[in-house]
Design a protein around this ligand. Sequence first.
Ligand code: ZN
Length: 71
Amino acid sequence: MDDADRAKEFEQMPIDLAIAAARSSTAGLSPCGVCYYCDAIVPPGCRFCDADCRDDHERQQRAEKIAGKRQ
Ligand SMILES: [Zn+2]
């Protein structure tokens, strides 16, 4: 299985699992005034400008984790 196959798996992940994963892996991020994905200014207390950025950031993080685990 290569990275493209793994990416497809995540695209097909049931939405509740995807949400749970998103919650767990973004829980450690503290709001810093800018979107963690695109660096746009966001309202105080927000970490992303919208759900798309959060999801994209999440996908990126997961991809990096997978890449890091491969041997
Ligand atoms: Zn953004």
